[in-house]
Design a binder for this molecule. Structure first.
Ligand SMILES: [Zn+2]
Ligand SMILES: [Zn+2]
Length: 285
C-alpha cells in the first residue's frame, strides 16, 4: 500500500485539494458570512498566484516531499514508531495526532519569535478571510514548515500512509476553517470538539493581539483547549471584528503578490516582546 500511495501522492493530494476548494468556494460564494473589503477577483488572483509559486518552489527544492522522507525513514528503520515496532493502526493514529501537535507548536512559535512573525504576517495581513487565506503563506515560511516536517518524520517514523492522510486532512481542514461561511451555532459548538471550525479560527485572524494569539489549531481543536490558548468568540462579533494586522492595511502591501513577498522585510523590529503585546483596550492578560 505504501508504494502505491507514494507513487500516487501528487494526484491524491491534488484531487482532494480541488474537491474541497470547489465545495468551500461555492459555499462562500452562495452564502458569505462577511462582506469582503476588497474585490474577490483581485484577492484570488494574488492569493492563488502565491499558492502556485509555493507549489513550484517546494517541488523544485524537495521533489520527494514529506512522503519521500517518510519512505526513507521507514526503510532505514528511523524514528520512534519504527524503532518500537508499533503495529500499523495505532502507529497511524498516533502519527496523525503527533504531527498535528507539531504543527500547532510551530504555529505558536511563528507568533512568538519576532523574526518568524515577520514571515507569518503574510498569512495574517489578508484584509478578508476566505478559502484562499488558508493557503496564503510566504515561501520562506513554507520552506521552514517543510524542514520542520522532515525533522518530525525522522524522529517519529510515521507510516507513509499516515503522512499522506495527515497532509490531505490538514489541507482540507485549513480550507474549511478559513472559509467565509456560517455554520448553525449549535453545529459549530458540537463540531469544534473534533475539528477547528471557521468561527473558531476566524478569532485568530483578528487585528486585536490577544485574539490573534489564540486558537492556533489548524485541524484538531484540542491543543488550544488543553494548553490554554482557546478563545470562544471575538469581542466584536464575527461580522463586526476587523480582520488583518493593524499596521498593514494598504492593498499594495497586503493584497498584491509583490507586496506579499516583500512584507516580511518591511518595517523595523518594533517593541514586540513575547507576551507583551497590547490590544486597543489595554494590556492583554
Ligand atoms: Zn497565525
Ligand atoms: Zn489562519
Amino acid at each position: 500500500m505504501d508504494t502505491f500511495v507514494q507513487a500516487q501522492e501528487a494526484p491524491i493530494r491534488l484531487g482532494f485539494f480541488l474537491g474541497t476548494f470547489a465545495v468551500m468556494a461555492l459555499w462562500e460564494w452562495l452564502a458569505p458570512r462577511r462582506r469582503l473589503t476588497v474585490s474577490k477577483a483581485m484577492r484570488w488572483a494574488h492569493n492563488i498566484g502565491l499558492v502556485v509559486l509555493n507549489t513550484v518552489v517546494l517541488r523544485l527544492l524537495f521533489p520527494a516531499a514529506a512522503v519521500g522522507m517518510s519512505a526513507f525513514a521507514t526503510e532505514g528503520g528511523w524514528g520512534l514508531l519504527n524503532h518500537l515496532d508499533v503495529p500499523f493502526w495505532p502507529a497511524l493514529a498516533l502519527a496523525v495526532v503527533a504531527m498535528d501537535f507539531v504543527i500547532w507548536l510551530q504555529h505558536v512559535l511563528v507568533h512568538a519569535v519576532p523574526q518568524l512573525w515577520r514571515l507569518h504576517r503574510v498569512h495574517h495581513a489578508d484584509l478578508d478571510y476566505d478559502v484562499t487565506t488558508g493557503a496564503r503563506f510566504h515561501p520562506i515560511e513554507i520552506i521552514l514548515s517543510m524542514l520542520i516536517k522532515f525533522a518530525t518524520i525522522a524522529v517519529l517514523g510515521p507510516p507513509v500512509v499516515a503522512v499522506v492522510i495527515f497532509e490531505v486532512l490538514l489541507n482540507a481542514t485549513a480550507m474549511f476553517n478559513h472559509a467565509n461561511v456560517r455554520l448553525p451555532v449549535s453545529l459549530d459548538r458540537w463540531l469544534r470538539w473534533f475539528v477547528v471550525t471557521p468561527d473558531m479560527h476566524r478569532v485568530h485572524h483578528s487585528v486585536e493581539d490577544d485574539e490573534a494569539n489564540s486558537n492556533f489549531g489548524f485541524n484538531l481543536p484540542w491543543w488550544d483547549r488543553l494548553l490554554g490558548t482557546y478563545r470562544d468568540q471575538p469581542r466584536g462579533g464575527h461580522e463586526g471584528m476587523t480582520i488583518g494586522i493593524r499596521a498593514y492595511r494598504k492593498p499594495g502591501e497586503v493584497s498584491w503578490l509583490p507586496g506579499l513577498l516583500a512584507l516580511p522585510f518591511r518595517g523595523k523590529i518594533s517593541g514586540y516582546v513575547i507576551n507583551r503585546r497590547r490590544w486597543e483596550g489595554g494590556i492583554a492578560e
